[in-house]
Design a protein around this ligand. Structure first.
Ligand code: ADP
Ligand code: MG
Ligand code: MG
Ligand code: MG
Length: 665
């Protein structure tokens, strides 16, 4: 879990004075952990998932839909020291806080054993128990924990329950009240410090979907209010007619909550040693955009249909703390060019920063027999001081570059009580930088107590791009698939390298509306070959299901082969049947036979009787969409058939899913 220290958080103006202190001590902490974990050679393949929920108030009698922001007790009761913590432990689950006050995160209590096939079928049941515990704990009528990637009415009028106006000084947002932010001081401080470092509010502009009655894309957006609440503040519209930060033809959003208030699915896997972790990381670099595309679930932002299907770049924009100078724009008057970076030599090594701290991976970790430095063909600036220190301490070029790149960022939240740390036993300064570099993959390092043969976590890779799906059946399917695929890569030792600039392109394509049917993605098709990459552009159908013409076996057939080789002899037939259903779902999504959640939602809105073909999602349609999501999450038979089609729908119904929560009671 990320860092949640308690204490007095520093305002950006104070915290930036310690930025170099945090970096230089963070590097020592990293090196200490690197040294102590040398010799960890045979760690078990453990893995675990993370699910994020939104508490949504859905009143069928009045047909009202709100984001529920007054249920802090759910997390209090289910977390450590809470009165129902034992219930969580008894169910093998853990609840964690997230950015939104309306959010819950839950994970298994202990990671799963990825070497035993049986454990791949505990996941879904564990997810069901998490959801069930959350439902029970909420205990207010009409409030449900839904796994929606983005709340469709986020920032639209009076969207919170209880009713709350946007006038908060942490975000200064025109749309989102600060009351939606988790009350732990870390979160409002993070929100405010990003804005302060940047020197302006964040500005997210997502292309608006153009329908037949959509307002002219050149016209100002009438749904952006005019306000003069923080007159000294940044890019507020003041009394001018047009908000200068809002791009024409786009859905404008101005607050961290639009991004960090969305939900996703993550999986973390432990490799047997550092070398295998590097191999796995590099193998997944180009899997990440594909998993984003195939899980697409977010076509609506701030009550508008977007001309894209996923959340990713909304979050990138929502936490983009780069100054205008770093973004290669005209600097602001009297605003430091480099935030808290004051070392002139280091400034020279960074120059401009092409991407937000929430973005796709910029470089491979290397250290494998297949790696060539030419594959790292993106401009990924590094903190030269950190890079030199790591190199001279014995890390190789690519590892030093990886961390040198993470360390171009400033720490965003610092607690005055935690400035001085014992670098032999603590990792907070390292984690401060590490855990606010939100990339498609995270290379998780062991802590300093992770001596060889201890049961402390070793080298882990976290896969972070996936959108959350509405049902635990789907979330389990994507988790199990990505972990088995990872194991297959380790087993067959495929070579998945291609120029990382092509992966960058894939990431952009993965955002596109209906990418399944309208896009192709770069893949290396000669994965069994140690030579140069043979790169072709394939559809997601060809990539997941395979293509003889392209001489690409396909990710799903690879997983099937691996399962047969690894577990074939002693697999339980019921387990294999479930795995088939998981793969059937992903195969159908990739081929377009089963619509993605995003496509399904788009259709629900476009066909809604109240929709006026103007790209604006009526409240009544958003209500119906969320009601659908709720029914689906409970596996209501009609809804299940509508959403998944007959084959998967009938299988779910025949296997008792519609009464799964009653059985847990
Ligand atoms: P974060 O939010 O930092 O990613 P979480 O604690 O929320 O961390 O989730 C981490 C996931 O990693 C959980 O699913 C957990 O079960 C899993 N996990 C914990 N220990 C290990 C381990 N040694 N190897 C692999 N996965 C692990
Ligand atoms: Mg987590
Ligand atoms: Mg989370
Ligand atoms: Mg995580």
């Amino acid at each position: 879990m990320g860092l949640l220290s308690l204490g007095t958080p520093l305002h950006w103006n104070d915290s930036k004075k310690y930025a170099d202190h945090v970096r230089s001590n963070g590097v020592i902490q990293l090196l200490n952990s690197y040294k102590i974990s040398q010799g960890r050679e045979n760690d078990k393949f453990y893995w675990g998932d993370e699910i994020e929920y939104m508490m949504i108030s859905l009143d069928e009698a009045s047909r009202s839909l709100k984001l529920s922001i007054d249920h802090d007790y759910v997390l209090t009761n289910l977390s450590e020291d809470g009165k129902n913590y034992q219930a969580a432990l008894d169910n093998d689950v853990l609840f964690h806080p997230e950015y939104g006050r309306f959010m819950l995160e839950a994970t298994p209590l202990n990671p799963y054993d990825g070497t035993s096939l049986g454990d791949y079928f505990k996941v879904e049941n564990n997810m069901h128990r998490r959801r069930f515990l959350a439902i029970k704990e909420i205990q207010s009528e009409n409030v449900y924990p839904l796994t929606l990637t983005a709340f469709p009415l986020m920032g639209v009028d009076d969207f919170c329950s209880p009713s709350t106006l946007p006038k908060g000084c942490a975000s200064k947002s025109l749309f989102l009240p600060d009351e939606i932010i988790n009350k732990h001081v870390r979160f409002p401080t993070l929100t405010a410090n990003i804005r302060r470092r940047r020197g302006q509010k964040v500005a997210i502009n997502i292309p608006l979907y153009k329908d037949k009655n959509t307002r002219s894309l050149d016209a100002a957006d009438p749904s952006i209010p005019k306000r003069e609440l923080f007159p000294y503040s940044d890019n507020e519209p003041h009394l001018s007619a047009v908000n200068p930060a809002a791009k024409p033809g786009h859905i404008y959003m101005d607050s961290m909550g639009f991004g960090m208030g969305s939900s996703c699915l993550q999986v973390t896997m432990q490799a047997k040693n550092l070398s295998e972790a590097r191999y796995l990381f590099d193998s997944l670099v180009n899997i990440a955009p594909l998993m984003l595309a195939v899980t697409a679930a977010a076509p609506i932002f701030r009550g508008h249909l977007a001309d894209q299907d996923v959340r990713w770049n909304v979050i990138s924009g929502a936490v983009d703390d780069r100054t205008p100078f770093e973004r290669n724009e005209a600097p602001l008057e009297n605003h430091p060019l480099y935030g808290g970076q004051t070392d002139v030599e280091v400034q020279k090594s960074m120059l401009r920063i092409p991407k937000s701290r929430y973005d796709s991976i910029d470089q491979y970790l290397g250290g494998t027999e297949f790696y060539k430095s030419s594959y790292n063909d993106l401009n990924a600036p590094i903190n030269k001081k950190v890079y030199d220190k790591l190199l001279e301490s014995g890390l190789d070029e690519e590892l030093s570059r990886h961390f040198g790149h993470l360390f171009i960022r400033d720490p965003l939240v610092l607690f005055s009580e935690r400035i001085e740390q014992d670098n032999e036993t603590e990792m907070d300064h390292f984690e401060n930088i590490q855990s606010t570099n939100w990339q498609t993959l995270r290379f998780k390092v062991p802590s300093q107590d992770s001596v060889p043969n201890s049961n402390k976590p070793g080298w882990r890779i976290e896969l972070r791009p996936m959108e959350i799906s509405l049902t635990d059946f789907e979330n389990a399917a994507y988790s199990v698939f990505s972990v088995l695929l990872s194991r297959a890569y380790i087993h067959y030792r495929f070579n998945n390298y291609l120029n990382i600039s092509l992966v960058e392109d894939n990431m952009k394509r993965a955002h596109h509306r209906d990418a399944i049917n309208r896009e192709k993605f770069y893949v290396r098709t000669n994965i069994e070959d140690s030579g140069d990459a043979y790169v072709q552009e394939l559809t997601l159908d060809e990539i997941f299901n395979g293509s003889e013409k392209r001489k690409f076996k396909g990710l799903i057939p690879i997983v099937k082969d691996f399962v047969a080789v690894e577990f074939g002899h002693d697999a339980n037939p019921d387990d294999l049947e479930k795995l088939d259903m998981y793969l059937e779902l992903i195969s159908g999504r990739a081929s377009g036979a089963t619509p993605t959640t995003a496509t399904y939602f788009r259709k629900l809105i476009s066909e809604h009787p109240d929709y006026k073909y103007d790209s604006i999602v009526p409240e009544s349609a958003a209500f119906d969409l969320c009601l659908f999501a709720k029914k689906l999450s409970e596996y209501n038979p009609t809804t299940v058939r509508q959403f998944f089609g007959d084959k998967i729908g009938n299988w779910l119904i025949a296997h008792g899913y519609s009464s799964i929560f009653a059985k847990l009671d």
